[in-house]
Design a protein. Structure first.
Length: 145
C-alpha cells in the first residue's frame, strides 16, 4: 500500500512556489539592500527555510509504503534521501490520533502515516488491521481480526 504518485507529486511541488518567489525577490533586490531592509531579508530567509522544512516533511509523508513484512519511509535531509524500514517485529509502539498513525521502532525510528493521504481512509484502516500483528492492534485497543 502506498500513496498515489499524483499526490506525492502535489506534496513535493506545493512548497516550491513560495520558496522560489521569496528567493527571486531577494536576488532581484540584492544590489539595493541595506540595513533598512534587514527585517524583510530576515523574514524572507525564515520563509524560505520554513518552505524547505515543509518540502522535506511532505516528501517524508508521501513516501510511506506498507506491506506484509512491515513499513518503510524516506526522509529528506541535509545529507540526501535516507530510507528507513521497520519490520512489523521491530515496531515497539503504535498510536493513532486524528487520522495519523505513528509507529515507534527499535533504535528510536519513528514513522508516520496520514490516512487522509491515501485514496480511501476506511480502506487504509482496514488494510492496516490486516497487516499489523495482534500485539500492535492491542495497543490501539482494537479487537483481533
Amino acid at each position: 500500500m502506498r500513496i498515489p504518485s499524483w499526490r506525492r507529486l502535489l506534496l513535493g511541488v506545493a512548497p516550491l512556489p513560495p520558496m522560489l518567489l521569496m528567493l527571486a525577490g531577494l536576488l532581484s533586490q540584492a544590489s539595493q539592500l541595506s540595513w533598512n531592509h534587514a527585517f524583510a531579508v530576515a523574514s524572507c530567509i525564515a520563509l524560505i527555510l520554513a518552505c524547505g522544512w515543509l518540502l522535506a516533511r511532505f516528501h517524508s509523508l508521501g513516501s510511506i509504503e506498507l506491506d506484509n513484512e512491515g513499513l518503510s519511509q524516506s526522509f529528506l535531509g541535509l545529507r540526501g534521501i535516507r530510507r528507513q524500514r521497520l519490520a512489523w517485529e521491530q515496531v515497539r509502539r503504535v498510536s493513532y490520533q486524528r487520522g495519523w498513525y505513528r509507529f515507534h521502532g527499535e533504535g528510536g525510528v519513528k514513522l508516520e502515516l496520514g490516512t487522509m493521504l491515501l485514496p480511501d481512509a476506511r480502506v487504509t484502516v482496514r488494510a492496516l488491521r490486516l497487516l499489523m500483528p495482534q500485539r500492535l492492534l492491542a495497543q490501539l485497543g482494537l479487537h483481533p481480526r
